[in-house]
Design a protein around this ligand. Structure first.
Ligand code: COA
Length: 242
């Protein structure tokens, strides 16, 4: 049985609030932001955020030209839609504004999950992207390493270009702790593909389980080439929750 969000955890819920600079103010004053569950009425806007502020910037999607290839684009959007259905995706708003500042596609992975998405992915770029992500999680058996039967995982952290460089990604990641506690999860783990997310993750306590330089993947499979990719390495990082 795939994991289902329990009804006893309020939805939508605000998970985290913080202060950070506002790009619309020149005086550097801090404003309040909040991180909360994505609701049905903002799904189209979340897809827009990921399309416009993730696909051309996230190293693996940019390398695979996912936004520019109709089949891979269709596949990634249906994958996001599938993740939204879990009702675990979080979004960030600036207080008093409806603009999407950022988001993180979250999901709960269970040891007995049977779902294999690789059969549903036909485009070459998306197959490669899925394959290297699976290589990381298959190599490190997180269930055994951390003695858990489920954990909170993520499939994309995005901050609107206008808001970057203000610590927003770091704050969105901080919401993982209260979320895990509310759902009784003792671990959160993610494949972080870019330096801009690996630094925030390390800052808040994620430890690296496995680091693979992108140019090392050809040793795993000669088709896993990433020549010219705009990132050094892929890191599987975990945060145990006390
Ligand atoms: C990665 C991303 C989420 C970061 O968002 P952000 O709100 O700007 O991140 P933060 O401000 O919290 O922190 C980023 C940190 O990485 C550092 N950083 C970012 N790019 C860097 C680079 N190319 N080299 C070295 N450090 C870099 C920043 O200096 C900052 O560290 P600091 O606070 O110690 O200065 C955002 O750039 C984004 O949406 N990128 C496109 C999608 C993507 O790649 N997502 C991550 C995939 S896992």
């Amino acid at each position: 049985m795939p994991w289902v969000r329990p009804n006893d955890v309020p939805y939508p819920n605000v998970w985290w609030t913080f202060c950070a600079p506002d790009p619309d103010r020149d005086d550097g004053a801090l404003v309040t932001y909040r991180v909360e569950d994505l609701t049905e009425d903002r799904i189209e806007d979340a897809i827009k955020l990921y399309t416009e502020h993730f696909l051309d910037d996230e190293p693996l999607c940019a390398y695979g030209r996912v936004r520019h290839n109709p089949l891979s684009y269709e596949e990634v959007v249906s994958f996001w839609t599938h993740v939204f259905d879990m009702k675990m995706t979080i979004v960030c708003y600036k207080e008093g504004s409806k603009e999407l500042v950022g988001a993180n596609l979250l999901s709960v992975k269970c040891a007995d999950d049977k779902m294999d998405i690789s059969g549903l992915i036909k485009s070459e770029s998306m197959q490669k992207l899925v394959a290297v992500n699976e290589y990381m999680t298959d190599t490190v058996n997180l269930f055994e390493r951390y003695g858990v039967d489920r954990y909170l995982t993520a499939y994309g952290l995005s901050v609107n270009n206008r808001y970057r460089g203000r610590g927003i990604a770091t704050e969105i990641l901080k919401a993982r702790r209260p979320i895990c506690r509310a759902f009784g999860l003792r671990l959160t783990s993610t494949n972080f593909t870019a330096i801009g997310s690996q630094i925030p993750a390390a800052k808040i306590g994620f430890q690296t389980d496995l680091e693979m330089k992108y140019d090392e993947f050809v040793k795993v499979n000669p088709t896993y080439t990433f020549e010219g990719i705009k990132s050094k390495s892929l890191k599987l990082m975990s945060l145990p929750i006390e």
